[in-house]
Design a protein. Structure first.
Length: 132
């Protein structure tokens, strides 16, 4: 497990309490799990993602991540319709471990919620949550 100081926590994304991140632009958003979450899970061996066109409300489970340690549900940090999924994760789920904010993103959605009112956290607020 990484030391806290080793975690990559970019400030150009918003974070949810369940450790998902959101990067939004032009009414769309990409979603994945944070460096902290992937580190806690360990080696990721499988990612199950939803069908394109599916719609989810904030807080609903949209998929699962299976690691050598556990199977964990993924929760929508904001509501939206699935526009695309990261098909690279089908063959290379370990991208979530190595590049959680870039090549390891999971879904892209068209937002149905206002990202600003979703209760998402800034990098600094997320760090405070992690420090507990």
């Amino acid at each position: 497990m990484k030391e806290f100081s080793e975690l990559k926590l970019p400030d150009n994304v918003k974070y949810a309490e369940n450790h998902e991140w959101v990067r939004s632009a032009d009414g769309k958003a990409r979603i994945g799990i944070s460096d902290y979450a992937q580190d806690q899970l360990g080696d990721i061996v499988y990612v199950e993602l939803p069908d394109i066109g599916s719609t989810f409300k904030k807080g609903e489970a949209f998929g699962t991540v299976e690691s050598v340690k556990a199977v964990t549900d993924l929760y929508m940090p904001v509501g939206g319709e699935i526009l695309s999924t990261n098909t690279a994760l089908e063959e290379s789920p370990e991208l979530v471990n190595s590049e959680p904010y870039d090549e390891g993103w999971m879904i892209e959605i068209e937002l149905t919620d206002d990202i600003q009112s979703g209760g998402l956290m800034s990098r600094d607020a997320y760090i405070e949550l992690l420090k507990g």
